[in-house]
Structure formats: C-alpha cells, structure tokens
Write a protein that binds this ligand. Structure first.
Ligand code: ATP
Length: 306
C-alpha cells in the first residue's frame, strides 16, 4: 500500500486551473519533494492532499483511506505544517503543544512526555512558557512543527518548511525531518529550494502550471535531462576569457576569482586548462568538477512559455 496515492486530481479557481489532472504515488517511508516555480500549484496540491481543499475531480488516498469519504480517519495519520504558521500567538509554546495533543486525543501522560521531548529537541524548552507572539519566525516555525508531530504522524506534510529561516532554524527543521523519516514517517514537502530538495528527497516531482512535468530520483532526472558538466578553476593571475574559447566549452562564466566552464566533454576541458596553465606559466590554485545540477533540470523543464 502507498502512503499517498493521488489519482487524477483537478482544482480550478474560476478560470484558473491550479492543479490539472495530477497523478502520483508516494511510497511509505519516502521523503518526496514537490518543486515548482511561483504559482505552479504546489500549495493548492498540498491543500488537496491534506483535506483543506476539495478537488473538483479525482481522489486522494492516505494509507489506503479515501480522504474525501473518510476525512477524520485520514487526517489522524498526518501532521501538517502549512506555509503560513498556524500556531496560536497568544498561547505559550507549551499550551500550543497541549492543544494540538488534545486535538489528536493523546493521554495526559503521553502529552507531558512528548511535549517535554519536542520542546527540548526543537530548542524551545527555555522559552516554553512565553507567548508565541514574542518568538522569532524560526521559533514559530519550530512550534508549528512540534504541534504537527506530537502524535507521531505516519505522514508529515510541509509547505515550504525552511522558507525565510536563518541557518540554525533551517538546520533544526531539516534534522527534525530526517529524524522523523528515520523513525519511519513518510515526508511530503513543497519547496523552492532546489539544492535542499536535491540533498533531502529520495524522489522529486516538478510541477509547472498545474501539471507534472517530471517525477523521479534527483540523480535520474539530472542524468536524463541535463548532460552539461562544469569545472570551476582559479589561477594565481588574471587571464583573458578568450584563452578558454573552444568548440567543446559551451559557456564561460567568471564568479569572483573563479572561472566556471560548462562542457559536454569534461576530459577534454580538463586537459585543455592544464595545457593552458603550462603554456602560459599559470599556477592552478583550485579546480573542482560539477555534474549536472537539479537546478538546471528545473529551469529547463519550467522555463517553457514563461
Ligand atoms: N483561493 C484561490 N483563489 C483563486 N486563485 C487561486 C487560489 N489559490 C491559488 N490560486 C491560483 O492558483 C494557481 C496556483 O497557486 P498556488 O498557490 O497553488 O501555487 P504555488 O506553486 O504554491 O505558488 P507559490 O510558490 O508562489 O506559493 C495560481 O495561479 C494562484 O493564483
């Protein structure tokens, strides 16, 4: 049985088709990323998958349970962290957790134990009795996460979980996602952050204008859609861009003191720069090679007609 099964869902707002006949499955225990440019339909899709919106057509099954026919049972399986925080600003962090725990029917003992544990692991323990309105954005996001996972959900849905967070909060959020996944939870997240999705997700789905344009493991998407590799190189002296020009180097960029050369033939490019350094008596300070990036795949698949 799949953790999430989406069959032909469609959602229209007046004349805008936000989600257009979308089909996909998420395996149990997977970290699944939903990527797309602004307005692609990510938030609408996550709202349809969590029962906040009803589809015009199609079905969503959560661990085999039909979300439309059996919403309460399906929702008990999930934790949801929406794009805009859903915590109560006038309650303390601890009160927010207690409220969420009661909503999911946790016993007093479990609630006390889980709250203590989550407040500590999410770095909120010191401030547990302060009203959430006095918290930073990152702290509010952590309270929101704690509330969503207090009942150990089978599936966690996160809409842009690290958007606008500082490095520390971002790390804590990512660690929490990995930790939950390690304990067996399925993770469904939407994001703009392609590098984060590349590192975190076992599979990604790229959506554009409400339609799925690609769905696979990041490495497979990269090798299927993008052949360009690159090398980044820096020398001890300034050099002229024209020295790199050749028919197998497709693009030459300069970032600070580093040259980035894009190519379909890495071997020839490396030999070329080494020969160039020898001939011109240049010292190579650093050289790194890069495979195709998920960002390049994303741009390629979503730039059409934009
Ligand atoms: N409640 C609504 N009423 C009317 N149109 C809506 C509504 N919600 C979304 N839309 C439209 O549906 C389309 C998809 O929006 P959605 O918010 O799902 O995209 P998104 O991929 O989450 O974008 P972003 O990355 O900017 O958050 C957009 O054209 C948007 O304007």
């Amino acid at each position: 049985m799949f953790a999430i099964q989406v069959k032909n869902i469609k959602k229209t707002f007046e004349n805008i088709i936000a989600v257009d006949n979308v089909n996909f499955n998420v395996e149990k225990g997977e970290i699944f990323g939903f990527l797309g440019p602004n307005g692609a339909g990510k938030t609408t899709a996550i709202r349809l998958l969590t029962g906040i919106l009803m589809p015009d057509f199609g079905n969503v099954f959560i661990e085999g349970i039909d979300l439309v026919k059996n919403p309460i049972k399906a929702k008990m399986m999930m934790g949801v962290i929406p794009e805009i925080g859903n915590v109560y600003a006038d309650l303390t962090a601890k009160q927010n957790l207690y409220l969420a725990g009661k909503y999911y029917g946790l016993s007093k003992n479990t609630l006390e134990k889980k709250s203590e544990e989550l407040l500590s692991t999410l770095g909120l323990y010191e401030r547990r009795n302060d009203p959430v309105r006095t918290f930073s954005k990152g702290m509010k996001q952590r309270v929101s996460i704690a509330c969503a996972i207090i009942h150990d959900p089978h599936i966690l849905f996160l809409d842009e979980p690290t958007e606008g967070l500082d490095v520390q909060s971002r790390r804590l959020v990512i660690e929490t996602i990995k930790h939950l996944n390690g304990k067996g939870s399925t993770i469904f997240l939407t994001t703009h952050n392609i590098e984060e999705a590349n590192k975190l997700c076992q599979r990604v789905c790229i959506i554009n204008k409400g339609k799925i344009v690609a769905i696979d493991k990041p490495e497979i998407l990269k090798s299927t859609f993008e052949k360009t590799q690159s090398i980044e190189i820096s020398f001890d002296q300034k050099i002229n861009r024209n020295l790199f020009v050749s028919d197998f180097i497709s693009k030459i960029d300069l970032y600070g003191d580093k040259w980035r050369l894009y190519t379909n033939d890495l071997d020839k490019t490396i030999k070329r720069v080494v020969t160039l350094a020898q001939k011109n008596d240049l010292k190579i300070i650093s050289m790194k090679t890069y495979g195709p990036s998920l960002e390049e795949v994303f741009v390629r698949l979503t730039e059409v007609d934009r």
